[in-house]
Design a binder for this molecule. Structure first.
Ligand code: EPU
Length: 416
């Protein structure tokens, strides 16, 4: 699939923020912990969700997904051998490990996938499962996890990993006694997944802090839960507001307090940022100042927005730098931006961008989700027709990007 974008049009207006991808991809697998039906609201209609729906149907659940409401109903027979090829299409499939373990049910699952952002081991997940009492057998293409019982314990993560924090919460919700997870991730998606587990009856405290305590309960009920908004999608559209010619871009239905690091950066470079209760408006003011930023775990500047602000830097006079500390390869978009004439290079873990550049249209290939979104932003700034191939990777995580961008005035078409 390709995007055809005719750039440099007036871009302004407002969009509605969708539900969070990274919450949804954890909450959907977590639903298997419930004894009864689960209803999820504000579920983003994105390819990663479609993929998870296929997997959970294969497992034996009845699904209905309409108007961003997902209902998950259990049928009689549940299949714990998750061999569907879909598993390898996304990272979130690994949450079936923690969720089935938490139910004390053996699970065999193919290796998970996700964007190629460098080496992405799952050692902290597995160490946590083992400490709780799970038996793990690894094969080259799959992994088997089982436990007769799980007992609460103290688990200190070597890094505040989002995935490991969530997977250990899932595995420990019904364990005997208390599990104390130290050095855990504080991302809003952790709070959201924890909120969902609590709505089902789990006993969890410390969400959003460095230490989470999960006290095991006997049973988790079904529930009706609304997923939080996607802070990275919100950030993507706000960065358009920071670059585009127009009266500003407003993102509605968002959580401004989850966007603090981006809002600070945009104010520092010289944009005007208006923050409402559940909306943010960003408008470009001239001249913007170059910036130097390091991506870090929440509440620091999010790695997922690194590629997007590198496009903003191409529009700012002077040298900006973005140091990436979470993933070893978050730079797939850099060589594509070079094709558009950007003065941008990577040295070790840092992107150096020397602006301002009038980006030229080009033929580009997207390699990963946020890299693809960065290319779309760049194409929107280039006068003329840019073609971006392999945009399937962007559709994994952005809901209705063509409709949303078009409503802001971007001339964009999807060619299948
Ligand atoms: N790590 C380990 N061992 C582990 C787990 C993680 O060494 O057992 C390392 C990773 O290799 C990486 C770092 O720790 O260098 C951070 O990994 P983390 O586990 O925090 O990330 P993740 O769970 O794989 C999620 C999001 C990412 C987001 C990161 C950081 C999902 C499905 N993915 O990944 O989202 O960048 O947290 O916030 O929730 C995206 O949406 O584009 C995306 C990549």
């Amino acid at each position: 699939m390709k995007f055809i974008i005719n750039g440099n049009k007036k871009t302004e207006g407002s969009i509605r923020n969708s539900g969070s991808k990274n919450s949804a991809v954890a909450i959907i697998p977590a639903a298997v912990l419930a004894e009864d039906d689960v209803i999820l609201r504000n579920v983003p209609d994105i390819h990663d969700v479609t993929t998870l729906i296929k997997i959970i149907k294969d497992i034996g659940y009845e699904i209905d997904f309409k108007n961003n409401i997902l209902s998950i109903k259990k049928r009689k027979k549940i299949n714990h051998r998750i061999y569907s090829d879909e598993v390898g299409r996304l990272r979130g499939s690994y949450y079936f490990m923690g969720a089935f373990l938490g139910k004390l049910q053996e699970v065999v699952i193919k290796n998970c996938g996700g964007c190629n952002l460098g080496y992405r081991p799952i050692n902290y997940h597995l160490e946590g499962f083992k400490k709780l009492g799970a038996k793990i057998v690894k094969r080259p293409d799959k992994i088997k996890l089982s436990a007769k019982n799980l007992v609460g314990c103290e688990i200190a993560l070597g890094f505040p990993s989002v995935g490991a924090t969530i997977n250990i919460m899932l595995a420990s919700v019904k364990a005997r006694g208390a599990t104390i997870i130290k050095n855990c991730a504080k991302e809003p998606e952790i709070i959201d997944v924890g909120g969902f587990l609590r709505a089902m009856g789990a006993n969890i405290s410390g969400l959003g802090t460095e230490t989470i305590v999960v006290s095991g309960v006997e049973k988790l009920n079904g529930c009706d839960y609304a997923i939080t908004s996607d802070r990275i999608e919100a950030g993507t559209y706000l960065i358009i507001g920071a670059m585009a010619n127009g009266s500003g871009v407003t993102v509605k239905n968002c959580r401004p307090n989850y966007l603090t690091a981006l809002i600070e950066l945009l104010r520092d470079v010289g944009c005007s940022v208006d923050v409402g209760i559940d909306s943010v408006t960003v408008k470009k003011e001239k001249p913007l100042k170059p910036f130097h930023i390091t991506t870090t775990p929440y509440p620091g500047f999010p790695t997922d927005l690194g590629p997007l602000i590198s496009v903003l830097a191409t529009q700012i006079q002077g040298m900006s730098t973005i140091k990436e500390t979470i993933f070893s390869n978050r730079f797939s978009h850099v060589k594509e931006l070079q094709k558009m004439g950007a003065d941008i290079i990577v040295k070790n873990d840092t992107i150096y961008i020397n602006g301002a550049t009038e980006l030229a249209p080009a033929s580009l290939v997207a390699a990963d989700l946020r890299g693809a979104a960065a290319l779309v932003l760049a194409a929107g700034m280039a006068e003329g027709k840019t073609v971006i191939d392999n945009v399937e990777v962007m559709l994994r995580g952005y809901e209705k990007p063509v409709e949303k961008l078009s409503s802001l005035g971007v001339d964009i078409k999807l060619e299948t």
